[in-house]
Design a protein around this ligand. Structure first.
Ligand SMILES: *Cc1c(COP(=O)(O)O)cnc(C)c1O
Length: 395
């Protein structure tokens, strides 16, 4: 019958289908809004809940299902949802679990936009939040009240890099029956398993900005939300479906293509970052080096008890005798380190911060802070760049 169709129609309904059984190194890219059902019985029998078939592009394709399974394995969980950014993953967890009248507790050193979401949208919807000191599990336990429905964790903290006692914080929340969610972007499923913490503790939810290590290219935005608990997964999944947080197939493919090199990239950036951080700690202009794997950094003992690796990320606090302009001159003199947000890509990045305005708890750091993200350049070139920029700015 197809031979009687107009050639233009045949471009839409072509009889050819390629042979089955194609195998290649990387999974294929399947793109769809519409998914075709074989017949009305198949349409009526559609199942959105399990990965037994396909219903609509928003709810999964072979490409997104494959990426979900790989991230679940990476995180040490069983079920993963993909969302368009790391921040969308934080939003999904909040929107799925919190209702008007509920309270969420957020570490004082959490990723800034997560606190902004709580201060603005969540507050507007009648969801309150308080910031807690992540280095004091007993204080967290004392803060949890009947309204508390979710405790966020982050290890280490954003910019100031304090590594908390994750197991102790989880224990405090679990003792009161409160769900825990970790922003696991730094650990990336490599440094530690959030579902298997010291003492047998486990978070309920681990989210990641796949934007960072899993993508590794500085060119993709994506987030993931992983659980081990089927009921909790379904609660998140239904909110995910109703909110329409789908991801594009080309972006999913970019992350799938980068995952085989994730562990190697993480290890290389870890090695280079530790060496550069140790070198910077010896410089007279630097008052503190904040890297959780360096002895003396806040929470080093917790890092040691929890992790077997560290991300290629650290901050330095310049001596308080240097004005902001002098530190800016150092940052501007860097040639290989580029100025920009995000991390875990090929290019080393720097961002200067004034910590005082970023915390509700008083900061111990009076000098200007610079956060370094180590890329994949040759380590000797990065060291020479730091050396020449210190010379330019401080003589
Ligand atoms: C980057 C980042 C996010 C947000 O990820 P986006 O994909 O940029 O929205 C969340 N948490 C942490 C710790 C991050 O570093």
């Amino acid at each position: 019958m197809s031979t009687q169709l107009d050639p233009a129609t045949l471009q839409i309904h072509h009889p050819y289908s390629p042979p089955a059984g194609f195998a290649s190194v990387q999974p294929g890219v399947f793109k769809a809004s519409t998914v075709i059902f074989a017949n009305t019985a198949a349409l009526r029998a559609r199942n959105w809940k399990e990965k037994t078939g396909y219903t609509y592009g928003l709810h999964g394709t072979p490409t997104t299902f494959t990426l979900e399974e790989r991230i679940a394995t990476l995180e040490g969980g069983t079920q993963t949802l993909l969302v368009p950014s790391g921040l969308a993953a934080i939003a999904l967890v909040n929107l799925a679990l919190l209702r008007s009248g509920d309270e969420v507790l957020i570490p004082d050193n959490a990723y800034g936009p997560s606190k902004e979401l709580a201060r603005n949208e969540l507050a507007g919807w009648g969801i309150t939040h308080r910031l807690y000191d992540p280095m004091d599990a007993a204080a967290l336990a004392a803060m949890i009240g009947p309204q508390t429905k979710l405790v966020w964790l982050e290890a280490p903290g954003s910019v100031t890099m304090e590594f908390p006692d994750l197991a102790g914080l989880v224990r405090a929340a679990r003792a009161k029956g409160v769900t825990t969610a970790i922003d696991n972007t730094w650990g990336a499923g490599i440094a530690f398993n959030a579902f298997s913490l010291p003492g047998g503790e486990a978070v309920d939810i681990a989210m990641q900005a796949l934007t960072k290590f899993p993508s590794g290219g500085g060119d993709v935005l994506m987030g993931s939300v992983t659980t081990c608990d089927e009921a909790l997964h379904l609660k998140l999944k239904f909110a995910h479906m109703r909110l329409g947080f789908g991801v594009g197939a080309n972006d999913a493919e970019a992350v799938l293509r980068a995952l085989p090199t994730l562990a190697l990239r993480y290890a290389a950036q870890d090695r280079a970052a530790r060496t550069l951080a140790e070198w910077l700690a010896q410089r007279s202009q630097i008052a503190h080096v904040l890297h959780p794997a360096l002895p003396g950094s806040p929470g080093f003992a917790h890092w040691q008890a929890t992790c077997h690796a560290a991300a290629g990320l650290f901050s330095v606090v310049f001596d308080a005798r240097y004005a902001s302009e002098e530190v800016d001159a150092f940052v501007d003199a860097l040639k290989l380190f580029r100025i920009g947000y995000s991390w875990a890509g090929p290019v080393s990045l720097v961002v200067p911060y004034h910590v005082q305005g970023m915390r509700s708890l008083p900061s111990v750091y009076t000098g200007v802070l610079v956060r370094f993200s180590i890329g994949l350049e040759a380590f000797e070139d990065l060291l020479a760049d730091l050396q020449q920029a210190l010379g330019v700015a401080f003589g």
